[in-house]
Design a protein. Sequence first.
Length: 146
Amino acid sequence: MRWVLLGITVITAALWLACSGDDDKEDSAPSGTAGGAAVQIVLDEWSIAMEGSARTGAVIFEVENKGSAIHELVILKTDLAADALPVDGGKVDEDAAELEVIGEVEEFASGLAEEGTFELDSGRYVLICNIPAHYQQGMYAEMAVQ
């Protein structure tokens, strides 16, 4: 009888371990798909380079500052062209009616990488660095989400 109880205990423990699995795997999805898509962004003087694409849902922005200055990444939803955003005082006017601020990866230093996850609907987006004068020097990129 003792061997039967031991066998049942071992089988129960094995089933519990197999069913519990790694919960983190459930939350992540491969790059390029909704619900965990990753887009790699490189900030430099004076450009924003983007690799990857996104569909609607949670999108992870992996942002690297390869420039020598402090940069940030602001995600805007807009129908305006990337080079036609309203500027006030050397910065894009994030309060303008034509812009919807989705979120930002706040300022960080050269040589560092930061990350932010944002919920995106289908539409046109413009990614900018909104530190004074950086946008005017070409730090913007367009992104379409479907």
